[in-house]
Design a protein around this ligand. Structure first.
Ligand SMILES: Nc1ncnc2c1ncn2[C@@H]1O[C@H](COP(=O)(O)OP(=O)(O)OP(=O)(O)O)[C@@H](O)[C@H]1O
Length: 303
């Protein structure tokens, strides 16, 4: 549903997006993550046809980004979505449905269904008097009022309470189950981890990692092992006494926790600790969170 090839955006001499390429299939939720200023919103806006790329191409639902044929099949939720505050949710959504030439009866049914699904209360209130979460739900409904095939969600759930956040994440998953393709940008990597099938990590305008969460974990994070050690007041064993690389040593619950990358490391810690009179009390595997991987990958790219 989305094909992006060598997409690039320069502002003056500054490169905001440096030649991105990726494809997204029908029904996928595709994450775009990165630090502030990494180029996420610029990428999303180029996909939505809101800004012209300096170079490269983006094809969305079979049409070039920015074409009116594409606009009809796209719903865009910007990071900031000011609404017309004097309108009620219904009149606001009817107004946008009308811009898309949705027949009145279809629009009315669709709007009610969307607001029901999003569980929007107080529909008779003016938008100006609604809470932040309610406004965000209305903005999401607006992105869906033309029943698009592709949705671009820029920070859909940022700054909202856990209940509203959950509802929006759940709704995003449902959209993908119905066959809609969603491009999803967020700073909260837990949101990304809970809804995205695949993702790219951007740093300074470039894609520095890509794949499913599992791909990214195994390529960039990998499983590590935590070896818990009781030292019984014996001499603390430092990393130079261990015949394998040690990623971390931390004091924990009166003992020590060693983090190593493989089973050889576990054996090496055990040997060194036992030689010093201590004992291994527990061994656990540790799978890095997307947050930890992001910090490592984006940090390396910055370095
Ligand atoms: N119109 C513009 N003129 C000049 N520079 C711009 C313009 N728009 C964006 N930039 C720059 O391009 C870079 C990428 O911006 P972008 O908004 O895409 O980042 P982002 O990853 O979405 O960041 P954030 O997470 O903070 O929203 C930033 O350095 C930004 O200052």
């Amino acid at each position: 549903m989305i094909d992006v090839a060598d997409l690039r955006k320069e502002y003056g001499g500054f490169v905001a997006v440096d030649g991105s390429s990726f494809s997204i299939g029908r029904g996928e939720v595709f994450g775009v993550v990165g630090h502030n200023g990494a180029g996420k919103t610029t990428t999303l806006k180029m996909l939505a046809g809101l800004i012209e790329p300096t170079d490269g191409t983006a094809v969305v639902a079979g049409h070039p980004a920015g074409s009116s044929a594409m606009q009809r099949r796209l719903g865009f939720l910007p990071e900031e979505s000011p609404l017309y505050e004097e309108m009620t949710p219904i009149s606001y959504l009817e107004f946008f449905a009308d811009l898309y030439d949705v027949p009145d009866d279809v629009a009315s049914e669709r709007i009610t269904a969307l607001l029901d699904r999003l569980d929007l209360e107080h529909r008779d209130r003016n938008l100006g008097n609604m809470s932040k979460g309610m406004k965000r739900k209305v903005a999401i409904a607006r992105a869906l009022v033309n029943d698009p095939d592709v949705l671009i969600f820029d920070e859909p759930a940022s700054g909202l309470d856990p209940l509203t956040t959950n509802a929006i994440l759940e709704f995003t998953r449902e959209l993908s189950e119905e066959g809609k393709t969603v491009v999803f940008s967020a700073h909260n990597l837990f949101h990304v981890e809970s809804v995205c099938d695949r993702l790219v990590i951007m740093a300074d305008g470039e894609i520095v990692a890509r794949g499913t969460i599992e791909d990214i974990r195994s390529t960039y994070g990998g499983t590590s092992y935590q070896v818990f050690v009781s030292t019984d007041g014996e001499e603390v064993v430092g990393s130079d006494a261990i015949a394998a690389p040690v990623a971390e040593i931390a004091r924990e619950n009166g003992g020590l926790r060693y983090v190593v990358r493989n089973m050889d490391g576990v054996d090496a810690v055990r040997d060194a600790v036992e030689a010093a009179g201590g004992s291994v009390t527990d061994i656990q595997t540790k799978t890095p969170s997307l947050e930890e991987i992001f910090l490592e990958v984006a940090g390396e790219a910055a370095a």
